[in-house]
Every structure is written in C-alpha cells, then in structure tokens.
Ligand binder design. Structure first.
Ligand SMILES: NC(=O)c1ccc[n+]([C@@H]2O[C@H](COP(=O)([O-])OP(=O)(O)OC[C@H]3O[C@@H](n4cnc5c(N)ncnc54)[C@H](OP(=O)(O)O)[C@@H]3O)[C@@H](O)[C@H]2O)c1
Length: 309
C-alpha cells in the first residue's frame, strides 16, 4: 500500500521551518509556505546548506484560506510569535477540524487559542536539530539531531488518537523522528535544559561549554531542583545529567538567547524560566532562581535597548 501523501503548510521560512519545508518536499509531500511578506508570493526558492543540503522552489500563500484542503499546518516559530499565528488560524478555521504540528522552545505559548479550539488536533514536536538563518530563504543546518512528536494533552480527543497517517512522510522529511505519547514530559525536559543553559550563557556572553566550569554548578542545580519541584514527574539529578550532556555536546555553540540578545531581538525567557516562575507562583512552589534569571534577562534586554541608536 502506498504512503499517504499530505498537503502541508509551513509557517514562515525560519531556520527550522526551512529545513522541514525542504525535507517534506523531498519526501514527496505537497508544501505551501505561509508567509507574512507579500513580496514572497507566488513562490520562493528555499535553500539549506551545512550538514544537509537541498534547494527547491515552493509555493507561497499569504492567506490561510488559500491552504490546500485538509493541509497539516507546521508551525515552527518563536514562542512569543505563536499567539499571533494561532489567532490568525482561529479567525479562519474556528470550530473546524485542523491538524497542527507546533514546535518551539519553552512552554505556555498559544494556550488561550488552543483551549478555545479544543477540537483542533495538535501535535507537539521537540527537536534537537540545530539551524541558523543565513538569510530569509537560506538555513544552515548546523547540527543533526533527533525529534519526537506526540499528541498535545487535551486537544482533539488525544486519548484515542492513533499515529497520524502522515507520520511516515513527516519522519522521512527530517529523520530520525520518534513517536512519543508522553510528549509533555519530553517538553518539560527540554524546557529544563534550556532554562539551565540559555540565561546563564546569555548573561555571561559565553558559549555553552563555559557552563561546565565549577562556578556554575550550584546555579544549575538550583534551576533543575526548582523545575523538578514544579513538575513532579521530573527527577532533579536526571535533569542535571541531561543539562551537562547538552553542555558538553554543544560546547562550542552560542545558545539562541545569547544570539537574540546580540541581535537586539525579543528573547524566549517568558516561556522558559519565566514560565517556571509563573507555575511556581500558581502552585505555591518557590522558584527564586528561575524568577531571578527571568528578571536579569529582562533587565539586560532593557539595558541593550537603551544603548541602541
Ligand atoms: N534554530 C534552531 O536551531 C532551534 C533548535 C531547537 C529549537 N528551536 C526553537 O524553534 C522555534 C523556531 O526557531 P527558529 O530558529 O526556526 O526561528 P526563526 O528562524 O526566527 O523562524 C521563525 C519563522 O516564523 C515566521 N513567523 C513568525 N511569526 C509569523 C507570523 N505571524 N506569520 C507568518 N510567519 C511568521 C518568521 O517569519 P519572518 O520570515 O518574517 O521572520 C520566521 O520565518 C523557536 O522556539 C526556537 O527556540 C530552534
């Protein structure tokens, strides 16, 4: 039996979105790019280089209603950009059946729309692939990673949801991909790793490997400990081990938060340590280190903005 080939709409031509658009197109899927830049229409030439290479012209739409019938939407945007994308989808597909794959760092983004549109079938994608944008249409695939996908709790009757028919096609696009029905736990683990590495490396202005120095270990332990008290399914020692594995594996890399600070861009802090801080307040669990790091990053952003011409 042939594989089910789907229509996909990928939001934007971001570092990761670009990789997946090209990967899906190479695996035979029909791909449209949803762009907020009217000049991109009717098609763009996407390229990626680095650890993998590809190039293809893909159709561009700028109105959600122009999506191919039954398309699966792949939304790989920064956490703080998600609400706007989902609000636009809600204004077009409210009450309808829509399949969405969402991937961003952090947690807590997009909740208002997703709780209103609980019939949408939402899948979360967690990935350790690494990419950066040479320009809006060219991604550099800096690190081959792996990915996990699973149904979002509370969306589209997830308890009964079997693997979607498009899973093999999606797996083919950027392997390896693992089906994970406990995707929420994996999102928490990724959150903890990002919370431990991003603000510390960003505040110190250093590559991730610097955090293996003993001076950081107490702070990293405190971050992991607080997160494991907020999300009780996590074990603080296991988290510490995972954090140090990532520090070692990405020793030469500058984390995304440091890159955002350097570029004077919004950071994802509200959805990382800020999210942990808010959950702590909600659950009456003390999370002073995560709250403090959130404040420090915000002060740093203000300080940088104050010095920009
Ligand atoms: N890059 C990595 O290596 C990596 C690895 C793991 C996780 N992540 C996480 O994955 C997420 C995406 O990262 P990224 O690096 O791919 O981000 P990115 O390069 O900034 O890409 C975001 C894309 O979303 C588009 N977009 C945002 N809002 C939109 C809207 N309202 N309508 C249409 N398009 C919109 C942007 O459009 P424009 O073209 O106008 O900018 C851009 O193309 C982040 O949460 C990041 O932390 C990234």
């Amino acid at each position: 039996m042939g594989r089910k080939q789907m229509n996909w709409v990928v939001v934007g031509t971001g570092a990761l979105g670009n990789l997946w658009s090209l990967g899906l197109a190479a695996s035979g899927a029909s791909v449209q790019i949803f762009s907020r830049h009217s000049a991109d229409s009717p098609e763009v030439l996407l390229q990626n280089s680095g650890r993998t290479t590809a190039e293809k012209r893909l159709a561009v739409i700028s109105e959600p209603q122009d999506a191919a019938p039954g398309a699966v939407w792949l939304v790989m945007v920064k956490a703080w950009q998600l609400d706007e994308v989902l609000e636009l989808l809600e204004s077009n597909f409210s009450g309808q059946l829509l399949q969405l794959v969402i991937s961003h760092n952090g947690m807590g983004a997009g909740e208002p729309v997703l709780s209103r549109q609980s019939q949408w079938q939402v899948y979360d994608l967690v990935t350790t692939h690494g990419a950066w944008r040479r320009n809006r249409f060219h991604s550099v695939h800096a690190g081959i990673g792996q990915s996990w996908i699973g149904p979002r709790k509370g969306s589209g009757g997830e308890a009964d949801r079997a693997k979607p028919l498009w899973l093999p096609e999606f797996e083919n696009a950027r392997p390896p991909l693992n089906w994970d029905t406990a995707i929420e736990s994996r999102r928490w683990q990724k959150l903890a790793i990002n919370c431990a590495i991003n603000p510390l490396a960003a505040l110190a202005g250093v590559a991730n490997g610097e955090l293996s120095k003993p001076g950081y270990s107490q702070t990293i332990a405190a971050i992991c400990d607080e997160i494991a008290r907020v999300e009780k399914r996590l074990d603080p020692d296991e988290l510490m081990g995972q954090v140090y594995n990532v520090i070692e594996a990405t020793a030469g890399n500058q984390c995304s938060m440091l890159q955002d600070l350097k570029a004077g861009q919004v950071t994802e802090i509200d959805y990382l340590n800020g999210f942990v801080c808010e959950q702590g307040k909600r659950l009456n669990v003390k999370t002073p280190m995560n709250c403090e790091l959130t404040d420090k990053i915000k002060q740093k952003v203000k300080h940088i903005a104050g010095h920009q011409p």
